[in-house]
Every structure is written in structure tokens, then in C-alpha cells.
Design a protein around this ligand. Structure first.
Ligand code: SAH
Length: 254
């Protein structure tokens, strides 16, 4: 397994989670103790990873990343106990964090594209930072992660969530991801956490040869499906996969 040296250690040794700090300030341990989960979370995560493997996630790099990133640090304290269930959770401003099986599935599909000699992706673009969870998972499998969010409140929240993890390879950007992020192009992978009617042409333009876009997209029948677009010799091949339920891809910032 190739990992950036020190990356998992930094995650594990990072200062107490904000949730745990807040709980400490509140005084006596509440009946449902977020800091308790913080301490035992590796076992809970290992169980989640075993389930993901049983359900068909096979890429060891993806499973390792899912086992490393502490999802409970990215959700509200009231939801901490659901953090390792395979469920999407609200993250504020009407948006949701995808369920772990969908995050793992999409990153596995992304890794099916262009990788470097170490089996890692090079530069990756994520559209829809949300709470920053998926960006942290991507940081385990890609050399650089550019993540764009159109809602200021969530961009700020992701910054707060990611700060204690000190991931030098994650770059958070506030803006409209429909335009991609030309400065980081070409990308070894583009992943969207919000679904539109079509995949913007700008993303295809910013994609490297042999790389993939993994995104939810509305089909003619109104259902939303996961699609994979792969660029080979300048041509784009589209594969439509399973039905998914993502928040809408919107234009502009707010
Ligand atoms: N990957 C996120 C999931 C967030 S939900 C996580 O791990 O938490 C999808 C996000 O996409 C929402 O925060 C929404 O505001 C954002 N979004 C929708 N359209 C966008 C656009 N055009 N550019 C950037 N972000 C967008």
C-alpha cells in the first residue's frame, strides 16, 4: 500500500476533534459522548470498511482511505453516532454528505482512470466540497486535490473541518465548479458531488488523456445515474451506471 509518508499518522495524532473539545467545555460527559466515539472510532471504521469490501469495493487504496478518514469529525455532534452507518447525512444549507458506500464507489471508479507509477492519481478536481469529507478521502489516493464549493458557508465549514488534519495536498476553492478550475488542469480525475442535466464541457476540456470524470447526471427519464466519462485520444466515452440521489449542481455562488 503506497501512502504519503506521515499522512495517516498525522490524522491519528491530530489534536482533539472539535466535537470532543466542545464536549469537554460542556463539562460532565453527556449520555451520548462524541469523544467516546472519537477514541474508539478506528474499530467502528474497520467494521464499515469490512462491509464496503463485502459489498464489492475491491481497491485496497480506497478501503485504506475509507478506514483512515474520521467521518465523525465532519458531521454535527448530534449525528456523530450515525457517522459510520451507510447513510447520507445533512451538513447544513440543505446539502448532504454522501453515504460512505457511494463515496468509496465513486473514488474506486475514478482510480480506474489514469494513475501515476505509484498507483496514485495525480491532480484531482472535486466539485462540491460540502463538509470536506470526500476531499480528505481523495487526499489519501491523489497527489493534489482541488475542491470547489459554491456556498460560502460550506466552504468555510470544510476549511474548519480540514484544518486539524493539516492535509497539505488539499486546496479548497470558493467558486462555481461548473467552470471547473482551469489553473489546476489537466486533471487525472474529476469527481462531482452534485448532479446536473449534463456534464459541463469545461470539465471535459480540463481532463487529462486517459483520465475519468465520475459524476451523477440526470437521464432523459428523470432518474439520476452515476456516469463515467473517459477521455481517450481526444474522444469521450460515456458509461451509465447505477441510479443515485445527489443534490443538484447549481450555477453561481451564494
Ligand atoms: N463531497 C461533499 C458532498 C457535498 S454535497 C462532502 O463530502 O461533504 C454537494 C455539494 O455540491 C454541496 O455542498 C453544493 O453546495 C455543492 N455544489 C452544487 N453545485 C455546485 C457548483 N456548481 N460548484 C461548486 N459546488 C457546487
Amino acid at each position: 500500500m503506497t501512502r504519503r509518508p506521515g499522512f495517516p499518522a498525522r490524522l491519528d495524532l491530530s489534536p482533539a476533534a472539535p466535537a470532543a473539545k466542545a464536549a469537554a467545555k460542556r463539562g460532565p460527559t453527556p449520555p451520548v459522548a462524541p469523544q467516546g466515539l472519537g477514541m474508539d472510532s478506528s474499530a467502528v471504521r474497520a467494521r464499515m470498511v469490512r462491509k464496503l469490501a463485502q459489498e464489492g469495493i475491491a481497491d485496497p487504496a480506497v478501503l485504506a482511505a475509507m478506514g483512515t478518514v474520521e467521518r465523525h469529525r465532519f458531521v454535527d455532534t448530534a449525528l456523530v453516532n450515525q457517522a459510520y452507518e451507510d447513510t447520507s447525512l445533512p451538513i447544513g444549507l440543505g446539502q448532504t454528505i454522501s453515504k460512505p458506500s457511494v463515496v468509496a464507489r465513486m473514488i474506486e471508479l475514478l482510480l480506474g482512470g489514469r494513475r501515476d507509477a505509484n498507483g496514485r492519481l495525480g491532480r484531482v478536481l472535486e466539485v462540491g466540497t460540502g463538509c470536506g469529507y470526500q476531499a480528505a478521502v481523495l487526499a489519501c489516493v491523489a497527489n493534489e486535490v482541488y475542491s470547489v464549493e459554491r456556498l460560502r458557508g460550506l466552504h468555510d465549514k470544510a476549511r474548519d473541518n480540514l484544518r486539524p488534519l493539516r492535509l497539505a495536498n488539499v486546496h479548497l476553492l470558493f467558486g462555481d465548479g461548473m467552470a471547473g478550475y482551469p489553473k489546476g488542469a489537466p486533471y487525472a480525475g474529476i469527481i462531482a458531488a452534485a448532479g446536473g442535466e449534463a456534464v459541463p464541457g469545461t470539465w471535459i476540456d480540463q481532463l487529462a488523456e486517459g483520465a475519468r470524470i465520475v459524476a451523477p447526471m440526470a437521464l432523459a427519464d428523470g432518474r439520476q445515474s452515476l456516469v463515467v466519462l473517459e477521455k481517450t485520444n481526444g474522444r469521450v466515452k460515456q458509461t451509465v451506471l447505477e441510479t443515485v440521489h445527489f443534490v443538484p449542481l447549481k450555477s453561481g455562488i451564494a
